[in-house]
Design a protein around this ligand. Structure first.
Ligand code: SF4
Length: 230
């Protein structure tokens, strides 16, 4: 089974946003312990063909028309780059005069073939969730050989050449990156990446909130620091 799936349209900054998932099931190069989608049975970082591409595009055109969407957010079950038609899908949406936002965990933004694809988008979202190599391996369980250092440098080099809006999403996780030393490290990473927009978030999923969630007070404190870097 192939096919795309959708979330209900919502309005953000006056624009109607349609979120589309272009993967039939989870495909990711990470296997985070707190992934809202579940385990990564298919840990991959190379592209693959999925069924029902033609009919999915027809359906996407209908969805765009019916919802009057203005911004299409490619927010997939895992890493959207893995769909070998992602470039064509972005071209199809851009051909309709619409804006495209692409969510990636950011690791693959260091590879030429994916840089080309991401450069077609008006907005790209990259993420960070932990701050040490050990936690990266233990908690995000990426494909063997991946390092946090490379993860960050991939986003840094990508954004140096990117002309669109780079959005950097930082998830604060209790016990992993909510202490002062980690916040300082995150500040330095933000400076290096130099994103156009920063989003600070925390564990909201009920399954992980108790163990990994931070208090409202601490969240506000950290947000204030990270959103006001001079
Ligand atoms: S990077 Fe995102 S989609 Fe991939 S395993 Fe981690 S939380 Fe899940």
């Amino acid at each position: 089974m192939g096919g795309f799936s959708y979330k209900d349209v919502y309005v953000e900054d006056g624009k109607r946003v349609l979120e589309v998932n272009i993967l039939p099931e989870k495909y990711c190069n990470f296997d985070c312990i707190f992934c809202p989608i579940g385990r990564s049975e298919n840990k991959v970082d190379t592209q693959k063909a999925f069924d029902e591409y033609e009919s999915s595009l027809i359906e996407l055109a209908k969805m765009i028309e019916n919802t009057k969407a203005e911004l299409i957010f490619i927010n997939s079950k895992g890493e959207a780059f893995v769909n070998d038609k992602i470039g064509e899908i972005i071209d199809f949406i851009k051909g309709k005069g619409l804006h495209v936002r692409l969510l990636s965990n950011g690791y693959l933004l260091g590879r030429d073939e994916y840089i080309k694809i991401a450069n077609k988008c008006d907005e790209v979202v990259g993420e960070i969730k932990v701050i040490t190599e050990e936690d990266f391996r233990k908690v995000q369980r990426p494909i063997e050989g991946y390092t946090l250092e490379e993860y960050i440098s991939n986003m840094v080099s990508f954004n140096k050449q990117y002309k669109g809006k780079f959005i950097f999403e930082i998830t604060i996780i209790k016990g992993y990156n909510d202490d002062e030393e980690s916040i300082q490290k995150i500040k330095n990473i933000i400076k290096e990446i130099s994103p156009n927009k920063i989003i600070i978030t925390r564990m909201e999923d009920e399954r992980f909130k108790k163990k990994l969630g931070i208090t409202d007070e601490r969240f506000e404190e950290i947000s204030n620091v990270l959103l006001n870097i001079s």
